[in-house]
Design a protein around this ligand. Structure first.
Ligand code: PMT
Length: 221
């Protein structure tokens, strides 16, 4: 029974992709639909939490009882996330944030240059979840996701340690019908002293199971 498990707990969740502009009509992005993050927001609200959902551009309705902040770029998501994080008990980074953005966004639509190749210079975006986890004051219980196509658990464990997270949800995004833009997903939860595999199920059911594990670790802290 998940009802009221998160009563009086403030949860902030990021979801969806970010979009990094190249010029006024083009951008770099990824295949995140927002479904996993929105499922987490809906289930957390159903469990009694006060939920803020920071969303990149997606085609999804806001879940009942959830406060939504819409953003486009990684920098905008970072700004919104840092403002919300210090007011939250739990922060879950489910968004597929672009690691890089274009160094110089062109003011006008870029023109094709004859037959020559085009090179775009990319610079790194801030790491949102690592910045939240590094807060020295009002640091929330910090949960990340790891989207991997190989060496899933090893890379996820690296991210858990490097970003100093309390928990990471590792998903194999090379698996057909799982991960990006699917209705189902499977994750392995990793934390400092444990591991728990959640088999393929709807993102809604998976969200409940993830939140129950978060609640258990959060309460034990
Ligand atoms: O949206 P869906 O279509 O439902 O798909 C769900 C999902 C596959 C996107 C989701 O389950 C998932 O795995 N989200 C994380 C995707 C991702 O960007 O993973 P990553 O391994 O590149 O990043 C690791 C962690 O760092 C993530 O928590 C990410 O939010 C965070 N990050 C990454 C880069 C950055 N600049 N800032 C961050 O906070």
């Amino acid at each position: 029974n998940t009802e009221r498990q998160l009563n009086n707990i403030k949860v902030t969740i990021t979801a969806g992709p970010t979009r990094e502009a190249i010029d006024p009509v083009r951008y770099i992005s990824n295949h995140s639909s927002g479904k996993m993050g929105f499922a987490l927001a809906a289930q957390a609200a159903a469990m009694g939490a006060e939920v803020t959902l920071i969303s990149g551009p997606v085609q999804l309705a806001t879940p009942a009882g959830v406060t939504r902040i819409d953003v486009t770029s990684a920098q905008q998501m970072y700004d919104a996330a840092m403002a919300q994080a210090v007011q939250s008990d739990i922060f879950i980074g489910c968004a597929a944030v672009a690691d890089y953005r274009v160094a110089q966004i062109a003011d006008e639509k870029m023109k094709k240059q004859g037959d020559s190749a085009l090179e775009l210079k990319l610079v790194q975006n801030p790491d949102i979840i690592a910045s939240v986890a590094a807060l020295s004051q009002n640091r929330p219980f910090t949960v990340g996701f790891a989207a991997e196509t190989q060496n899933i658990l090893q890379y996820a464990q690296d991210k858990l340690n490097r970003k100093k997270l309390d928990l990471i949800c590792a998903n194999d995004v090379s698996a057909q019908h799982l991960g990006f833009n699917s209705d189902d997903n499977a994750v392995t939860l990793l934390w400092q002293h444990g591991q728990h595999s959640l088999p393929v199920q709807s993102k809604t059911a998976l969200a409940s199971a993830i939140l129950l594990q978060i609640k258990q670790l959060f309460s034990a802290k």
